[in-house]
Design a protein around this ligand. Structure first.
Ligand SMILES: C[S@@+](CC[C@H](N)C(=O)[O-])C[C@H]1O[C@@H](n2cnc3c(N)ncnc32)[C@H](O)[C@@H]1O
Length: 285
């Protein structure tokens, strides 16, 4: 029987040799293998323990999925965001660590209000909404998403984390929100699907082959269709002085800032968090 350490070394070699997975930094393959083994055992492995045959077989099956490109979060069914463990699954976008910066920016602006209202559009499994609801128990938080699967997972996450101040509704952008929120919202956040259809073929297989198409692109050539609608409709929902926060990739930051400015927002800035793969544009009405 092989030890956990031997199994992990072997797994690392398999993942390093795979062309279906990204190799973003040294050690990533080992981290993925450890995450999968921990999931199989339900605890951290001891390097010297021998794996029983059924655990070794299950690990082998899950590792083969990873070697074919499937993201670890879909294999284990969970992802950590802002200190919260969230359920994730096929059919819903996997929360990215880079979005923690947008949650921080929202929390900073909402903290001073006595009964703050936050709307997270295109919420996915709810990472930003749930981070705000957890940090600010007095806040009322609403998340919307067009698709059923992410909304089901977001509701399940809110329930498991006992965050009763977060509510998730299914529909197009602002459409499913209670009308009474118009003119009352302190902060709107959105991490939209902004990849233009032309750009799609440059997206790694790990993402394009597994994450839902509707979470990556809005189907427009430049990827600005959904964002333009958000920017046009947001002023009708924000209170005077309320903030719009938009997460995009650094190369889109200037273009999106221009759209936000032209819609009449003030103090429009591009902010950069500790994970440099995205920017959060901020502007107030
Ligand atoms: C890039 S993902 C972001 C998800 C989540 N906010 C996060 O950061 O993990 C974009 C999300 O937009 C949702 N979406 C796409 N079109 C939408 C629409 N018209 N209205 C609301 N949500 C939409 C997708 O289902 C997906 O969950």
């Amino acid at each position: 029987m092989p030890t956990a350490e031997e199994v992990l070394r072997d797994a690392e070699r398999t993942l390093k040799a795979s062309r279906a997975v990204e190799h973003p930094h040294a050690g990533k393959e080992r981290i993925d293998a450890e995450q999968i083994l921990e999931h199989v055992l339900g605890r951290e492995p001891d390097p010297d323990e021998t794996l029983d045959p059924s655990a070794a077989r299950r690990f082998g099956r899950l590792l083969a999925r990873r070697a074919a490109g499937e993201p670890p979060a879909y294999i284990t069914g969970r992802e950590e965001f802002h200190g919260l463990w969230l359920d994730v699954g096929r059919g819903a976008f996997i929360p990215r660590q880079s979005s923690e910066w947008m949650a921080d920016q929202a929390i900073r602006r909402l903290r001073a209000r006595s009964r703050p209202v936050h709307v997270d559009l295109a919420t996915g499994v709810g990472p930003v909404a749930l981070a705000v609801a957890s940090a600010l128990p007095r806040a009322r938080v609403f998340g919307t998403d067009l698709f059923a699967r992410p909304v089901t997972l977001a509701r399940r996450n809110a329930e498991r984390l006992r965050l009763r101040n977060a509510r998730f509704v299914r529909g197009d952008l602002f459409a499913p929100l209670p009308r009474a929120l118009q003119g009352m919202v302190d902060v709107i956040t959105v991490h939209p699907p902004y990849i233009g259809t032309r750009e799609l073929r440059t997206i790694p297989h790990e993402i394009l082959g597994f994450e839902p198409r509707g979470s990556l692109t809005d189907g427009s050539p430049e990827g600005m269709g959904l964002l333009s609608r958000v920017v046009a409709e947001a002023p009708g929902w924000l209170r005077p002085g309320g903030w719009l926060l938009v997460e995009v990739s650094p190369d889109r930051s200037k273009q999106v800032a221009g759209v936000i400015r032209r819609a009449g927002f003030r103090d429009v800035r591009s902010t950069k968090g500790p994970v440099p793969v995205s920017r959060v544009l901020t502007g107030r009405i």
